[in-house]
Design a protein. Structure first.
Length: 317
């Protein structure tokens, strides 16, 4: 077997460390993998590309944390559909100058999280080059019997909920978060989830995706929004609330349910993580934020923006 400085050796390592799964009759080692996902349910497919300098920097990230995050962001997307992740395909461009130990550590970070969530590493492509780390992971999953939860099902009168706490993710949470896969399934089982999304770009931005897809508006209660200690501790010129609305990479779940189901969730939460009602869906378009003094203002346009540089813009938000 060639040493770990060789691309083939890295694939061998993935293969030897990958566990057997009943839904993976053919894993790494042939021209394609063969999957046997549930035939009576939708298959869920998602892909995300992460880049050194944008999604992680070394330090504070380690190779293992970068590997972990490369898979975790995809698991979070499957969670957002209330699905079960089953298999992952890992394509990575590894920086030559960081050496083979970095490559091995990166892959181990992926494998460890895959094992945690019983996800098969079904394929991979490892390249070594003179550029920075770039990782693209594709995850396949299965919808549960109740079907995938989309962004488009929010109805006027729905209560808006969020899991966990928001803001300040850059302090470390974005590298170490646990995707809410199990929580999503438990919520899906307990109540009828009308619409759901995972918070990657920031509450203000991701809520708009639900509102746009559902053709509705919303009222958010500023005081109700759960804020992390990291957001409160941040001593830049932004308030903790602004961090919670705009930071992004919380990887929490944002979802809407009927008021009856919402009350059920508050009375007997099916998950151990915090569950907070932060507002309400209404039929009028747009989104307003209600302050503690009762004043309403349009939800500020905060959040990560994906766009090209232009003479008028600095490129990121
Ligand atoms: Mg998402």
């Amino acid at each position: 077997m060639p040493d770990a400085g060789h691309e083939f050796a890295l694939i061998d390592r993935l293969r030897s460390r990958a566990r057997a799964h009943t839904w993976l009759p053919l894993g790494i080692g042939d021209d394609t993998a063969a999957l046997r996902l549930a035939s009576n349910r939708d298959s869920l497919v998602t892909v995300d590309m992460l880049m050194e300098g944008t999604d992680f920097t070394f330090p504070p990230a380690t190779a293992a944390l970068a590997g972990r995050k490369s898979l975790a962001v995809n698991l979070s997307d499957v969670a957002a559909m209330a699905g079960r992740p089953r298999a992952a395909f890992v394509a990575v461009a590894l920086p030559r100058e960081r050496g083979s130990a970095f490559a091995v550590e990166f892959l181990d970070g992926v494998i460890q999280l895959a094992d945690e969530f019983d996800v098969a590493i079904a394929g991979g492509d490892t390249n070594i080059w003179d550029g920075p780390l770039v990782a693209s992971v594709t995850v396949l999953g299965e919808a549960t019997g109740r079907g995938p939860v989309t962004r488009g099902g929010a109805r006027p009168g729905d209560w808006i909920f969020v899991t966990g706490r928001l803001g300040g993710s850059l302090a470390g949470h974005h590298l170490t978060f646990t995707p809410r896969v199990l929580e999503a399934q438990k919520l899906h089982q307990a109540v009828e989830l009308h619409a759901m999304i995972d918070l990657s770009d920031g509450l203000a931005s991701d809520l708009r995706h639900i509102l746009d897809a559902s053709g509705v508006g919303a009222l958010l209660v500023a005081d109700a929004i759960p804020i992390t200690d990291d957001a409160r501790a941040s001593n830049d010129n932004r308030t903790p609330l602004e961090h919670a609305l705009g930071d992004g990479e919380d990887f929490e779940l944002l979802f809407t349910v009927s008021p009856e189901d919402g009350q059920r969730l508050l009375d007997s939460p099916p998950v151990a993580c915090p569950l907070t009602q932060i507002g309400e869906i209404r039929s009028e378009p747009g989104c307003e934020l209600v302050q503690s003094d009762g004043q309403r203002q349009p939800l500020p346009a905060l959040g990560w923006e994906h766009r090209f540089a232009s003479p008028q813009s600095s490129g990121s938000g």
